[in-house]
Design a binder for this molecule. Sequence first.
Ligand SMILES: NC(=O)C1=CN([C@@H]2O[C@H](COP(=O)(O)OP(=O)(O)OC[C@H]3O[C@@H](n4cnc5c(N)ncnc54)[C@H](O)[C@@H]3O)[C@@H](O)[C@H]2O)C=CC1
Ligand SMILES: O=C(O)CCC(=O)C(=O)O
Length: 365
Amino acid sequence: MEIFKYLETYDYEQVVFCQDKRSGLKAIIAIHDTTLGPALGGTRMWTYESEEAAIEDALRLARGMTYKNAAAGLNLGGGKTVIIGDPKKDKNEAMFRAFGRYIQGLNGRYITAEDVGTTVADMDLIHEETDYVTGISPAFGSSGNPSPVTAYGVYRGMKAAAKAAFGDDSLEGKVIAVQGVGNVAYNLCRHLHEEGAKLIVTDINKEAVKMAVDEFGAKAVDPQDIYGVECDIYAPCALGAVINDATIPQLKARVIAGAANNQLKETKHGDLIHEMGIVYAPDYVINAGGVINVADELYGYNRERAMKKVELIYNNIEKVIEIAKRDGIPTYRAADLMAEERIESVRTSTNLYLQNGKHILNRRR
Ligand SMILES: NC(=O)C1=CN([C@@H]2O[C@H](COP(=O)(O)OP(=O)(O)OC[C@H]3O[C@@H](n4cnc5c(N)ncnc54)[C@H](O)[C@@H]3O)[C@@H](O)[C@H]2O)C=CC1
Ligand SMILES: O=C(O)CCC(=O)C(=O)O
């Protein structure tokens, strides 16, 4: 990988490699863009096939956070961390504390939170060493696990996408194929079940599937079969790149709306599903509930205020669909335009010199 060429192409600011051999920490912090404010994005712990795959994931996810935070109207830039390792076997206190010290060393340029493979308990350990962490225990006056809030945002966004496809935002009786029944999707399934949707689920974790079958009357299918099931809505809620050359020909859904980050393998796949008339709720717009929730901690966490902002994901998805219709472009492109326009407008206003400008974290202390 020609790293500087890649950084230049997508305009990344900074990449930090963190190594601590006593605890086994191997982490990559990627900071994409801090025009709007400090880079906020979670920490993913995963067993990567190669170091290159880990770097690529960190970079892609960090850039996604720039767009997610901008589109959600947050005064935050985009960043993300990946820790290379097995979240079931390789975690220890020293690892997260060492990682916390690396974050502290960035002096507020990057703020972390949970992502796949990390938990509130891990954030609490990071918090021993740095202020620049969100999603810590409610006992610290914090917001806790962001997943249920992300799920609520996905549910709201799915309704807006359903309205565009079916003329009505009710999900009652709709058949919804949910891929991955993890922290977010379990909570999403609960909302969908409560509204009377019929669920088809899959997961590589059999216990997760069993829970959805037992609690929500879901029908279970094997992981490779989820793409081709007869359904109204496909909700990708596991890992990324699931909308690709191999899966698109199998899809029967009229709507794609799910929690996973980086759902499109490449932008051409966003063009393809647009041509097929599928209403795609762009991943980083619909799954912003978690970051909206953790970002509220920077103002002194208020659950009610955070949930009100998350409700607006419905309106944001409607807005993206409107821009797409107006300009005759796919929704993923409309979302990018919305985010890019906001970043550019703020970049222009920050040209004005201001001594000791107001900093978002000042409000927290
Ligand atoms: N947790 C949050 O608040 C947020 C999560 N996201 C994204 O949403 C997605 C899900 O996140 P979480 O629920 O927190 O993660 P999770 O790790 O709790 O759940 C993911 C689930 O997907 C399953 N899975 C993995 N590979 C699979 C495959 N090939 N087929 C079927 N199932 C598979 C796993 O067994 C697991 O149950 C991720 O892409 C994450 O980045 C995005 C925004 C916020
Ligand atoms: O929701 C979170 O835990 C933090 C933000 C984030 O990393 C994400 O939205 O992917």
